[in-house]
Design a protein around this ligand. Sequence first.
Ligand code: NAD
Ligand code: UPG
Length: 438
Amino acid sequence: MRIAVIGTGYVGLVTGACLAGFGNRVTCVDVDEEKIRGLQEGTVPFYEPGLGDVILSNQRAGRLAFTTALPEAVRDARVCFITVGTPSDVDGSADLQYVLEVAEQIGAALEGPSVVVTKSTVPVGTADRVRHCVARALEARGAGIPFSVASNPEFLREGAAVADFLHPDRVVVGADAPEAEETLRELYSFLPQEKVLFMDIRSAEMTKYAANALLATKISFMNEMARICELVDADVEKVRLGIGSDGRIGYAFISPGCGYGGSCFPKDVRALRHTALQKGYSPRILQAVEDVNEAQKHVLFQKILRHFGGELGGRVLALWGLSFKPNTSDLREASSLVLIQDLLGAGASLRLHDPVALEEARRLLGNRPGLAFLTDHYEALEGADGLVLVTEWDLYKQPDFRLVGQKLREKAVFDGRNQYSGPELRRRGFAYYAIGRP
Ligand SMILES: NC(=O)c1ccc[n+]([C@@H]2O[C@H](COP(=O)([O-])OP(=O)(O)OC[C@H]3O[C@@H](n4cnc5c(N)ncnc54)[C@H](O)[C@@H]3O)[C@@H](O)[C@H]2O)c1
Ligand SMILES: O=c1ccn([C@@H]2O[C@H](COP(=O)(O)OP(=O)(O)O[C@H]3O[C@H](CO)[C@@H](O)[C@H](O)[C@H]3O)[C@@H](O)[C@H]2O)c(=O)[nH]1
């Protein structure tokens, strides 16, 4: 099948490369010329385990191409996937300008029947707007080309994107035309039939927001439990095991920490809240999920401040892990950025390390006074008054604490992801602080 994928971010690249792997002829389009040039030369624009290999093998086999020329890619595509960004607008709503712009361009370029599929995360009703944009552009050319629209929200996680795409828990397709349903059924025939859930378009669009909102709710709930645990001298990690073992609750997404970040949960919870408010309903749970998360991003800072008697001027701290979660270079809405602002604002100097996000951090944060970027995580500890773990990369899971103690000026560990053993560290002479643990 000929497929066009418009937008070569995490979703577009993974979708395009994986679908090419099933023998489809895929062209990926982006407006970012540098990105496309890099992809044509085999450079993946971000860190995503396994993605480079899938891209390269399909590119070499002639099934996957990259271009900035949308019309050529779209012209004879049986399926056009829209995978551009839908960032938060100032009022919290999803900014649909890129999605609608692409829909218009598809309408201006189509030469044969096609299914236009929204894979970006978009508010309920967007497929209707996409349909309208495509139809208007076709009409403007006087072209009576038949097309249909569908919603196929994506559920992959960064850091595990290829595996998630190839082995999803489910694929959701919202379609209201038989040809759209048939085409997408054929496209996803690499999955067991029962994994592909067909429904009406609006329900499919809503499913994506409901899934992310529920996952974010689990995290905020657990962060709230951690706050209460601290007040009553209970250990949230024991509580986590105790409740996760209940099959009705499960272990997934109940790890407390320094707040959820990334390009999805924060913006999608905001967008869903905005949709509800627009319709006259004030969503109290979503509001609480956001409030708890915002507060949680400052919890580690408060522990650090308290440890140093309320004064951080002249203090140096080493930060391990900057990306919003392990196995990605993505820093969008990362908790580390809030903590860095808090610490710099209080007069501390920071020695930053991340296995892959260091360059992106340098680009974002610039060479401000008080910031040092270190490529070795032990070197980051040198002369620091404490180690702060923000993102739980594997590299940080079993550090040599003898070495950590030697490098640090003051033996203090602030563990934002509950990775270390308090009793063991205290035995070794460290002051140890975690989230929701005595
Ligand atoms: N990142 C994820 O893990 C993930 C997972 C599921 C769903 N989503 C959703 O998928 C969508 C895309 O997310 P992402 O993280 O892949 O985005 P991204 O920001 O990584 O990439 C978007 C790409 O679209 C390109 N683009 C913008 N306007 C364009 C245009 N007019 N024509 C062609 N290309 C254009 C940009 O240059 C950019 O390369 C969002 O709606 C997001 O919420 C993301
Ligand atoms: O128990 C947990 C699990 C996650 N997190 C945090 O939650 C954020 C998001 O993590 P994760 O969901 O693994 O990453 P994303 O790549 O943002 O994926 C989410 O957002 C995507 C975009 O919509 C969806 O496709 C995925 O299904 C959904 O998991 C990160 O900051 C994590 O540190 C926690 O604090 N505790």
